[in-house]
Ligand binder design. Sequence first.
Ligand SMILES: [Zn+2]
Length: 735
Amino acid sequence: MYFRAFFLLFSLFIFSSSLAANDAFIIRTKKTIPVYIENPQAEDLTNASKLLKDYVFQIVQSRLEITNNNPKKAIIQLKQNPQLHPDGFVISIQKNRLTIEGGTRKGTTYAVIHLLESLGCRFLSPDFKIVPKQNQITFPCQTIEDKPVNDVRIINLYFGENPEYRDWLRLNTIEEVYPEGYFVHTFHRLVPWEAYFTAYPEYFALVNGKRSIDQICPSNPELRNIIAQNLEKEMKLQPGKQKWSVSQNDNFSYCQCDQCKHIIAEEGSPAGPVIHLVNDMAARFPDKIISTLAYQYSRKAPFKVKPLKNVEVMLCTIELHRHESIETNPECADFKKDMEDWGKISSNIFLWDYTINFNHSISPFPNLHILQPNIRFFTKNHVNALFEQSNSTTGYEFSELKAYLLSKLMWNPELDLEQEKQQFLQNYYGSASQHVADYIHALETALKETKSKLWIYEHPVVHQNGLFSENRVKNYKAIFDRAEEAVKDNPVFLNHVQLARLPIQYAEMEIAANNMFSKRGWYEITNGKAIPNEELKRTLDAFEKTCIRNKVPTVNEAELSPENYIRSLRRMIDVNMEGNEAFGKKVSASVLPDKKYQEGDLAYLTNGVNGASDYNIHWLGWFGTDTELILDLESLTSAKNISINSLWNGKSWILHPAEVACSVSSDGKNYFPVGKIQVAGEQQKEDPIRNYLFQVENKSYRYVKIAVKGTKKLFNWHPSAGEPSWFFLDEISVH
Ligand SMILES: [Zn+2]
């Protein structure tokens, strides 16, 4: 775990309420109070009573004595009630008795948390909670009932790993709901092609006239029996689990055999054959829920077949933009229709939603305003389970706020979100809260004014003239300067403000890297000299300090650590011009780089700038091939050191080359070898940047040949094994 604990105990005394003693249940300070729990074997009751005991002591220093006999003496009682929603509760507050009844999953725990929240207690991030001290606890007499709108509420990533934080945010985990290995993409697990393909090719998808291991044929009757048998075996191994996924693998190759084609035509969607198969399984296992995906090729609902009652449909929003809500954005019309169509035929829909910038999770992503309308839209269309792929990792953009608001919305999509947001900001940023609110408002306003779109894979540079224009960034920085000033004497709030500031610092530095020698770049060229931007360097130092102090684990989905990100950024801005004989010289290549990156312009190899961690910036890429580079230094030299770099980003299919060999020549015909460097192994985990240094002894030369052999293919460990691999090169230097 990555979290530092600095729990803050507010020395805030709230003096006795104006309620008369007759209207309230009161716990006075430094008392001993008997508490009855009906069944000490029930985990949730034990958990709830411990939580209540712990917090009551912190708030008023009174001790709860928990027992499971003599209920009449106890003035607080905790019970389970199987009639309630498993996470729901009823709290009955009378003058002399507090009775808490909860559903059998977490109902009593959530009831206790509800009571503690009514006293001002808050759990705002895994390492920050608020417990107001009081001279007595006063609960006004009333009956409180509550239950969640969504039965399953998941926010993934690191925050959700803290069990107490998870309880306060009323969240589930994937592991709790789904059996191991049976969450999504299970066709392969149920029918491994390694075991069946050779003997029974007809069990697998017919794609372009050939059987393919990518997917199964959902219509094959024999295969259905095998799936049922394998499922039954697996269910015996994990008997406590109710939901079982029978769902497509993660690719687009659905079966087009005659039978499947016929069903697809009738149903108007490749989801047709899948739902027929899944219904068959649901009928064979009536006491289980069979879950399946409506994802990519199967996202469109079928016309005729309806999922059985014990079928769960898992619908994914991966393709959508995030600047406007689904219902109001005309670009989301397709998804909106699919959602509504599924909602008409199923009331058991699990929605997998994305509220994150996947590639740059640490970059500003102003989507707070669409969270509530989207969750309301899902709920209206019979979604009852939500998986929010969101920022919930230290350092990601507003992770604490987003995880908090999303969890509240999943419980109750109709709550007053603005009020929750304001309260959060006050509690989490103290005297800086208004400034942080101003920053959020400024971003949202800019989003509207510039009509910018938000996409879950975007690089901050796409917004350099809009959301992150020079003037706007200046304004955001001024707001954060005021925010830091407002809490400069409170290290905890100051740290929260600095965490909230990371995203705009990141965007600014990425934009600078992309415009290296310009007004917004790391260098400005004045009279032919590159003058470094000192203010940006200070930004990098501040960014580094905040990341290290908070142990920010990664800056993006490729799991790049801040340490590696900062190191490669420093390498890049440490321009390589003075004394570099390769600077500005011509390079040719036997196989040209792909035009996707820097338009394949070979001049990038000798422009004096080292590519940093992002392959989009200053790197040239070659795909599934080798190449030979020839550098012409224009005159003879006896420089000793020749070097070049390569990049590694396994998730993005980029591996280091298998081999880099260097030779030199004075005439461009006869080459003298100076060295060969190989990269051993399958490169499952590698340094993001490798440097290949060749030393030339006592030779004068004009031409340098660098022969690069790629690995050509992705190795077996890679999810896309066998597909072509990239290698990325940058900056040849000769010193
Ligand atoms: Zn088929």
